[in-house]
Each structure stands twice: as structure tokens, then as C-alpha cells.
Ligand binder design. Sequence first.
Ligand code: NAP
Length: 248
Amino acid sequence: MSESTDRIVVVTGGSRGIGRTICTTLSAPGTTIYFNFNSNAEAAQSTIASIEAAGGKAYTHQVDVSSEAAVADYLGMILKEAGRIDILVNNAGITRDGLLVRMKEADWDAVIDINLKGTFNCMKVVAKAMMKKRYGRIINISSIVGVSGNPGQANYAAAKAGIIGLTKAVARELASRNITVNAVAPGYIDTEMTDRLGDKAKEAMLDQIPMGRIGTPEEVAGVVAFLASPAADYITGQVINVSGGMYM
Ligand code: NAP
């Protein structure tokens, strides 16, 4: 398979931030990108425009990745329409920060359900279809917080650490079928998710980054594109940090 033609790509949470940039970066003539959003239909329209500007075809749908039934319907529809899925990027994610002793059960559940279970839900359906085709590239967006921990993010760190374990287990299950499964662990990246942090928290984060600056969504998307490309055909079960050295 060539790098930029005839690829069927699914990106979760493509309406904003890193997900939108992954969609644009993977877009090329011959590439069809299906991406979902949760509530931001207007932002999803902007992603469609950027995918099309880069030459690819784009389709978007509202799908809550934490719902196993909704994900099965959505991916089933894509498989029926496109016949296969070559690349799956599990990017959808949320934060609900708070110290452990004050963390509400609902905030624990929402973060685990969307970040971790959402990734499981999508991988489960797509893996089956990829196994039949004996080809697939799965890239899961974790976080360096999943390996380093972070005060105030017990739920998020647990979900992102879970994604790393899930990635490695499934990489071992699917390797013999020519399906690679890798994770990308971004550090502090400039999106709406990190925009919400207060100035003090932002300064504290910057202090921990040897490269001394926040990362861009393009710097994460570039690594995703590499893992989806033939250059990474012999790489599986890996976690690639994109953090300016924040975690080594
Ligand atoms: P963002 O700007 O907040 O965008 C999140 C995306 O996820 C949006 O497209 C959103 O859709 C979608 N989403 C949220 N809940 C969903 C659900 N239940 N079902 C389907 N889609 C849902 O976040 P980001 O900063 O780009 O983060 C993208 C990924 O990178 C996340 O997994 C995040 O944990 C990870 N990450 C980010 C950073 C960072 O510094 N920004 C660092 C490490 C890891 P709507 O637009 O409809 O809400």
C-alpha cells in the first residue's frame, strides 16, 4: 500500500484540537477520512473543510465513543460503505480534573468511559475487520501523564495508563495478522483542553519542559502520520512520547 493513496481512515474526536490536525495531516488525494465528534457539529464542519482542502474525502458523524452500541453502529456503517478500515486513530478524550479525595464518581466514570473504554470499543470492532484483511494500523492517543502521573488527574492518568496496557496487549494479539498497534503520548500541547488551565498551572507545566515551550498539534499529528505510514511497518506495541522532553 502506498503512503497517500486509497486509505480508509477513522479518527475519533476529529472536530477540534489534536484530532482535527491528525485528520488534516492524514488527508491526501485518495484518502477517505471518517471522523466523529460528540457535541461540536460546527467545529466538525471546519475539520471537513481542512480535510477537503488537503485533497481527501471527509465524512463526519455524531458518536459518543463511550457507548459500545453507538460505536458498533457507526463503525459497522463505515465498514459497509467503505469495505474496510486501514487506519484507526483513537484520539477522543476529555479531562475532569480534581484531587483524589474530592473526585466525584461521575468524573472518574466519564474520564475512564470516554478515554479508555472508548478506545476499547473502537478497537474491538475495527480489529475484527482488519484481521480479515490482514492489514491495519491502530494508533491510540495516550498522554505522558499515563506514565508519569500528575496530581489532580488520578482519573485521567489511570485512563491514559490503561490505554498503554491496552495498546501493548492488543499489539501482541494482532501482530501476526500484519496489524500494528502503537500509542502516542503527548505532553503539554496547545489545544482547548489545555487552554482551560489557569496561568499558574501553565507556568508550572512549562517549567517542567526541557525544550521550554508548549507543543503543537502538528507535532503530535506528524508522529501519528509516521506510525500510519509504511516507514513504521515493523513498529508495534510502542509508546512514543511527544513532550519536548517533559518525560524521558
Ligand atoms: P480537545 O481539543 O478537547 O478535543 C477533544 C476531542 O474529543 C473533540 O473532538 C471532542 O468532540 C472529542 N470528544 C470528547 N468527548 C467525546 C466523546 N464522548 N465521544 C466522541 N468524541 C469525543 O482535546 P485535545 O487536546 O485535542 O486532545 C486530544 C487527545 O489528546 C485526547 O485524548 C487527550 O487526552 C490527548 N492529549 C492531549 C494533550 C494536550 O496537552 N492537549 C496532552 C496529552 C494527551 P467535541 O468537539 O464534539 O466535544
